[in-house]
Design a binder for this molecule. Structure first.
Ligand code: DQA
Length: 139
């Protein structure tokens, strides 16, 4: 099973960025633990701060991978173009967020991506990513 974790803008700063919201672990550390735990899965990771690069990655894997776990960061709330990219591929996408965006500012309450994703997992810290992976693995 081929799965991709796709992170959007500012998520390269995890561990340093607003640790009271996003925790103190870097994503690289967390990803190594996931790879170790889910050895049966062909698991890859890509992060970009650029909307176009994220769309290119969705196009690249979206006809051959079994699933994408995507945290689009702030693009979640702004990007019709990422929503269109998700609509245009065959691979199912699960939207994840580290924080519970519904507990936060109102501009974070709307997602352009949720209507075109298989499901949404949010508010469980970094564990949101693992829950999404488990959902693909047990499907
Ligand atoms: C986030 C929530 C977004 O509102 C924010 O812009 C992020 C991170 C999260 O994982 O909680 O960058 O997607």
């Amino acid at each position: 099973m081929k799965l991709l974790i796709l992170n959007g803008p500012n998520l390269n700063l995890l561990g340093k960025r607003e640790p009271e919201i996003y925790g103190t672990q870097t994503f690289e550390q967390y990803f190594e633990n996931l790879k170790e735990k889910y050895k049966q899965v062909d698991l890859s990771y890509y992060q970009s701060n650029s909307e176009g690069a994220l769309i290119d990655k969705i196009h690249e894997v979206g006809f051959s991978y079994d699933g994408i776990v995507m945290n689009a960061g702030a693009y979640t709330h702004t990007s019709v173009a990422i929503a269109d990219a998700i609509s245009g591929i065959n691979t199912p996408v699960i939207e994840v967020h580290i924080s519970n965006v519904h507990k936060r500012e109102s501009f974070r309450h709307h997602s352009f991506l949720s209507p075109v994703c298989k499901g949404v997992i949010l508010g469980f810290g970094l564990q949101s990513y693992e829950l999404a992976l488990q959902s693909f693995i047990s499907a």
